[in-house]
Design a binder for this molecule. Structure first.
Ligand code: GLN
Length: 192
């Protein structure tokens, strides 16, 4: 398995460490040709407006949209924003997933937090495993899912923080920042 990580900005290095840890081959993606030969792509956390500006400048928008038609893509935090169809603001998006996202939904950087989540889909990866410890950093919320998209996890009050649509995955939080590799293994399975 060869998984690319969009390396325009943000914490792509942490995703690469997690992917190597579970035995995947990795590649940094900055230009359309870097997508050749990849089985899947991770769009990391960072600043979604920066991803948008740089992706437009490097001709990556159309290339990523075409890649996502058949290949697995997982967006974490800013990556989830970039994958979504609508964020009620005007900035470049891939529009691949039928999710509406609200940026910075929990407040400012100081309002970042960590919490344990119940994520039933991870039982496919590690049967009988416990809750998932999730790190939220100036995180977005998935306001709603539609079409084929389904909710993978929500906070106790029902606010959605992870969704999947076929081979596309979006998480409000940062699985690359913990040692728990269940989410990366789940994505590898999606990409295979
Ligand atoms: N606040 C950032 C944005 O709106 C996302 C933060 C993150 O990726 N941790 O793009």
């Amino acid at each position: 398995m060869k998984i690319g990580v969009l390396a325009l900005q943000g914490d792509f290095a942490e995703h690469i460490i997690r992917l190597k840890h579970i035995g995947a081959e990795t590649a940094e993606v900055r230009l359309p040709r870097h997508l050749d030969g990849l089985d899947g792509l991770i769009i990391p956390g960072g600043e979604s407006t920066t991803f948008g500006k740089l992706a437009v400048a490097y001709g990556l928008i159309e290339a990523l949209q075409a890649f996502g038609q058949s290949k697995a893509i997982w967006g974490t935090c800013a990556g989830a924003i970039f994958l979504s169809r609508d964020i009620h603001r005007n900035q470049p998006l891939l529009g691949l997933m039928d999710i509406v996202v609200e940026r910075n939904a929990f407040g400012r950087q100081v309002d970042s937090f960590e919490t344990d989540l119940d994520i039933p889909a991870l039982q496919e990866i590690a049967p009988g495993s416990g809750p998932y410890h999730a790190v939220f950093i100036r995180a977005p919320l998935i306001e709603s899912v539609s079409g084929d998209a389904r909710v993978l996890s929500a906070l106790p009050d029902g606010r959605i923080v992870a969704a999947q649509q076929g081979h596309l995955l979006a998480t409000s939080f940062h699985p690359e920042l913990t040692e728990d590799d269940r989410f990366h293994r789940y994505f590898l399975k999606l990409a295979s």
